[in-house]
Structure formats: structure tokens, C-alpha cells
Design a protein around this ligand. Structure first.
Ligand SMILES: Nc1ncnc2c1ncn2[C@@H]1O[C@H](COP(=O)(O)OP(=O)(O)OP(=O)(O)O)[C@@H](O)[C@H]1O
Length: 272
């Protein structure tokens, strides 16, 4: 091989490795979780990276929601939960006693299966978070509300009815409003627990397009039952089974050439 070719190959290799080399946002190390006697998460080791969409798939009861709720410590609200291991978020263990949960939640937003706007105006739904963080100036709040609603692809639909109650919006619009509410606190990560399972196909498509746009600025971790959705929009996919991560890889690989027979059986619909 000529020296010039070798140099070119080295450059390609370097470029590829730099693509893989995004910073890890979350590093989960030997995480175990018990609900009382129920060992729901077993020795989870998983790195989640910046500006990627990571999909979490697996059959009902395998621990997907439990895992995602552990990432923002929402799981602590369940009585009798015990954990061991570490979850490093940007190099700090979120289980450290000195780590205030409020601090974590300003960085990590969450969108739930069922849209859950507050029974307040569209404007107030988005302004609520920034207000809690001490922003009082009306002009600043107006700007945040507009930017967040634009960021969630819903501004044009609601700009003339900002003072109307959010409950008057359709399900799909409510979900985008909830995403806008997340964006208003300028998070680093957005956790999504089956964000489209209560929506019709058109609203689902809108959210999928939105999520792909959002990953340019944020890291997204999304639980989904919909394997086509995981295949369509995610960069990496983790397959959970009985509380364990069976396989975590590039989405293309998981869906075209999985390493584990159990992953293959699941994605080909043999169980679950
Ligand atoms: N609040 C709770 N208290 C006790 N056990 C729980 C609780 N939530 C979940 N579990 C148990 O933990 C295990 C994992 O549940 P989890 O909800 O995380 O699964 P999942 O993969 O998200 O399921 P689904 O796809 O049906 O939402 C199950 O055995 C479940 O019964």
C-alpha cells in the first residue's frame, strides 16, 4: 500500500473513531434495583452519549420504565426501593448524598406516556419552570415561552391562543406542549417514557420528527414499545429482558444483525 493511501486510511479511521467518540452523558455502572424483594434491574452497565437518541426496548415488565425513572431519581418516590451501583451523570454519581435531586432535574427533563399539562394556560405551562427558577421579567418569560414552543414545533398552532387552557389542545398538541415545558428549563437530557403510545399516527410522526431535531441540541433516552419507531429514529438501542441489558448497540446492528439470539427472537416477534 502506498504511503498516501495509508495516510488516507488513517484519516478515515480517525474520523470514524471521532464519530463514535461523543461524550458520555450517563454512565451506568453495575446498577441493581429492588422493589422490596423484586430484583427489577440486574447489573446494568450502559453508556448514553451526547446528541444521540438511545431507544430502550423490551417486553412488558423487563425494567425499561424503572431504568429511565432511575436516571432522574424519580424512582425514589416509590417506597421500599433499594439500589446499588452508580449512575454517573456528567461525571458525578447521582446517588451521592451531596447531589440535590432538584439540581439533577434542572438538567434532565422528562416526558411521559400520557401528556400531563398543568390545568393552566398554554403560556403558564411553559413559563412555570423558568418562573420557579427565579425568572420574573415578563419580556424574558415571553421570549422563553416563544422559543420553547417553537422548539417543540407547536408555536404556529398556539401563538394566537396562549392564554387558553392547555386542556383544550389535542393529545398530540398537549404532548408537544409538554416537550416545550421541558425545553423551557434548558435541559441537557430529555427522558421520554413511551411518548407516542397514546397518540394517533400523525401526531406520532410529528413527535418523531421533533425528537430527531431535538437531538441536535440534547441527548434523548426513549422507552418505546414500538420497534419500528426505535428502528426509524434512534442511533443506539438497548434491549432489556428480565431486568438485564441483553444487548446495546447501534440501532442498525440490533435490527439487522443482533449478536444475541434473545434479541433476534424479540425483534422478529417470537416473544414479547
Ligand atoms: N412501583 C412499583 N412497585 C413494585 N414493583 C414495581 C413497581 N413498578 C414496577 N415494578 C416491577 O418492576 C418490574 C419492572 O417494571 P417496569 O415498569 O420497569 O417494566 P417495563 O419494562 O417498563 O414494563 P411496561 O413495558 O409494561 O411498561 C416489574 O416486575 C414490575 O412489576
Amino acid at each position: 500500500m502506498l504511503a498516501a493511501d495509508k495516510k488516507r486510511d488513517r484519516q478515515i479511521e480517525k474520523k470514524n473513531s471521532s464519530l463514535q467518540d461523543k461524550a458520555a452523558v450517563y454512565q451506568t455502572k453495575e446498577l441493581n434495583l429492588w422493589y422490596g424483594e423484586n430484583h427489577a434491574l440486574k447489573n446494568i452497565n450502559l453508556n448514553l452519549y451526547e446528541n444521540e437518541i438511545a431507544a430502550i426496548i423490551g417486553p412488558s415488565g423487563c425494567g425499561k420504565s424503572t431504568y429511565i425513572k432511575t436516571l432522574n431519581r424519580m424512582i425514589e418516590l416509590v417506597p421500599g426501593v433499594k439500589t446499588s451501583g452508580e449512575i454517573m451523570y456528567r461525571d458525578r454519581n447521582i446517588f451521592d448524598k451531596s447531589y440535590y435531586v432538584e439540581e439533577l432535574r434542572t438538567k434532565v427533563g422528562m416526558v411521559f406516556q400520557k401528556p400531563n399539562p398543568f390545568p393552566k394556560s398554554i403560556y403558564e405551562n411553559v413559563a412555570y419552570g423558568p418562573r420557579i427558577h427565579g425568572i420574573r421579567d415578563k419580556k424574558t418569560l415571553d421570549a422563553i415561552v416563544e422559543k420553547s414552543l417553537r422548539g417543540a414545533f407547536i408555536w404556529d398552532e398556539v401563538k394566537d391562543r396562549l392564554n387558553e387552557n392547555a386542556y383544550g389542545l389535542s393529545g398530540g398538541q398537549q404532548q408537544r406542549l409538554c416537550i416545550a415545558r421541558c425545553l423551557a428549563i434548558e435541559p441537557d437530557v430529555i427522558l421520554m417514557d413511551e411518548p407516542t403510545s397514546a397518540l394517533d399516527p400523525i401526531s406520532t410522526l410529528k413527535i418523531e420528527e421533533l425528537v430527531q431535531e431535538l437531538k441536535k441540541k440534547f441527548s434523548i433516552i426513549m422507552v418505546t414499545h414500538n420497534m419500528q419507531q426505535a428502528a426509524r429514529i434512534s442511533d443506539k438501542t438497548a434491549f432489556f429482558l428480565n431486568g438485564e441489558v441483553i444487548e446495546f448497540a447501534h440501532t442498525d446492528k440490533i435490527f439487522s444483525n443482533p449478536s444475541d439470539k434473545r434479541t433476534e427472537d424479540y425483534i422478529t416477534g417470537r416473544f414479547g
